[in-house]
Design a protein around this ligand. Structure first.
Ligand SMILES: Nc1ncnc2c1ncn2[C@@H]1O[C@H](COP(=O)(O)OP(=O)(O)OP(=O)(O)O)[C@@H](O)[C@H]1O
Ligand SMILES: N[C@@H](CCO)C(=O)O
Length: 281
C-alpha cells in the first residue's frame, strides 16, 4: 500500500495558523503489515537530513491513546522528497501518513475529518495538515474542539528559496510574543482579509500584494543570525512580494535574481496541488 502526502506552505504572511497551501511535491510512503516488528526505512533526496523516525512512533502512540486501538507492527519505506525542518510541512507529511497507516492497520476506519482533527491536535496547528489532506489553499479554523476549513482550488506556481540551515517549528513558536500592539493586529487582519478576498474573487495577481505581516515573521527572522542575513539579502533585491514559508527558514518570493544570497541551498519552483494526499493499494 502507498500514500503520497504533499508539501505545504503556511501563514502566507498575515494568515498565521490559518492559511495553508498544498504544493506539487510529495513524500511517498509505502507500507505493509506483513511483519512481526515495526521497521522504518528512509530514502530520497532529504533522507540524509533525518536524525530519527521518532515522529512516526509518536503519532502511533497518540492514535492508540485517542482511539484505544493497538497499531500492529508495520514495515514502512518512505521516500523523503520534502526538505526537513525547512518550512515546507515535512512534519505534517509524516503525521498525515502515520495517521493513515494507523487507521488502516487498526481497521478503526476513522473519517478524514476525524483524522484531520487528530493531525491538527498532534501538530498544534491545522494549517499544514489540512491542505496536506485536501489540497488547494485552505482557510482553517481550530479553537479547542471547534474545527472547520474552506478550500480554494488555484492554478499558479510559487518560488521557494531554501537555505542550508534549518529551523525547528516548536522552537520558532516559542519565540513569538504573548501580546502584540493593537495596530499590528489590525494590520494583519486587513492583509489576511484582503488576501483572501482577492483569492475568492479570482484576482490572484493582486492577492500577493497583501502578504505583509507584523505578528510572527520579524520575531523569527531577528531571532536567528543566519535567517536575518538570508532575509536581508532577499529584501535588498526589492522583491514584489515575499513571506516566510511556515515557521521558516524557507522564503517564498517572486524574485528571479538569486545572486549573492547567503546560505541559499536550492530554489524550488512548486505548483499548487489541488488534490491533496494520494492513496493507492
Ligand atoms: N520524513 C520524515 N520522517 C521522519 N520524521 C520527519 C520527517 N520529516 C520531518 N520529520 C520530523 O519533523 C521534524 C521537522 O518538523 P518541523 O515542524 O520543525 O519542520 P517542518 O514541518 O519541515 O516545517 P514547517 O512546520 O514550518 O512547515 C524533524 O526534526 C523530524 O523530527
Ligand atoms: N502556522 C505555523 C506553521 C508552521 O509550519 C507556524 O508558523 O508556526
Amino acid at each position: 500500500m502507498r500514500i503520497m502526502v504533499p508539501a505545504t506552505t503556511t501563514n502566507l504572511g498575515a494568515g498565521f495558523d490559518v492559511f495553508g497551501l498544498a504544493l506539487d511535491l510529495f513524500n511517498e510512503v509505502f507500507f505493509s503489515f506483513d511483519t512481526d516488528r515495526t521497521i522504518i526505512e528512509s530514502t530520497g533526496k532529504y533522507a540524509p537530513d533525518l536524525e530519527n523516525h521518532d515522529l512516526f512512533f509518536e503519532v502511533f502512540e497518540f492514535f492508540e491513546k485517542k482511539t484505544g486501538y493497538r497499531v500492529p507492527p508495520v514495515r514502512i519505506s518512505q521516500v523523503c522528497n520534502i526538505p526537513i525542518s525547512s518550512g515546507l510541512g515535512s512534519s505534517a507529511a509524516v503525521i498525515v501518513s502515520a495517521l493513515h497507516i494507523a487507521n488502516v492497520g487498526t481497521k478503526a476506519n476513522l473519517s478524514q475529518w476525524d483524522l484531520m482533527k487528530l493531525a491538527a491536535e498532534i501538530e498544534g496547528h491545522p494549517d499544514n495538515v489540512v491542505p496536506a489532506f485536501v489540497g488547494g489553499l485552505v482557510v482553517c479554523y481550530q479553537d479547542g474542539e471547534n474545527f472547520d476549513f474552506e478550500k480554494f482550488e488555484l492554478d499558479f506556481e510559487l518560488t521557494f528559496l531554501v537555505p542550508s540551515f534549518s529551523l525547528c517549528t516548536n522552537t520558532m513558536r516559542k519565540v513569538l510574543p504573548r501580546q502584540v500592539l493593537f495596530e499590528d493586529a489590525v494590520f494583519n487582519i486587513k492583509n489576511s482579509c484582503q488576501f483572501l478576498a482577492k483569492i475568492a474573487s479570482g484576482k490572484l495577481n493582486e492577492a500577493f500584494k497583501y502578504v505583509g505581516d507584523r505578528l510572527h515573521q520579524n520575531y523569527r527572522i531577528n531571532g536567528n543570525e543566519k535567517m536575518k542575513e538570508f532575509v536581508e539579502a532577499i529584501l535588498s533585491k526589492k522583491p514584489g512580494y515575499w513571506f516566510v514559508s511556515g515557521s521558516g527558514p524557507s522564503v517564498c518570493t517572486d524574485l528571479e535574481d538569486f545572486e549573492g544570497i547567503p546560505y541559499l541551498k536550492e530554489v524550488l519552483k512548486l505548483k499548487v496541488n489541488n488534490r491533496g494526499l494520494i492513496i493507492s493499494e
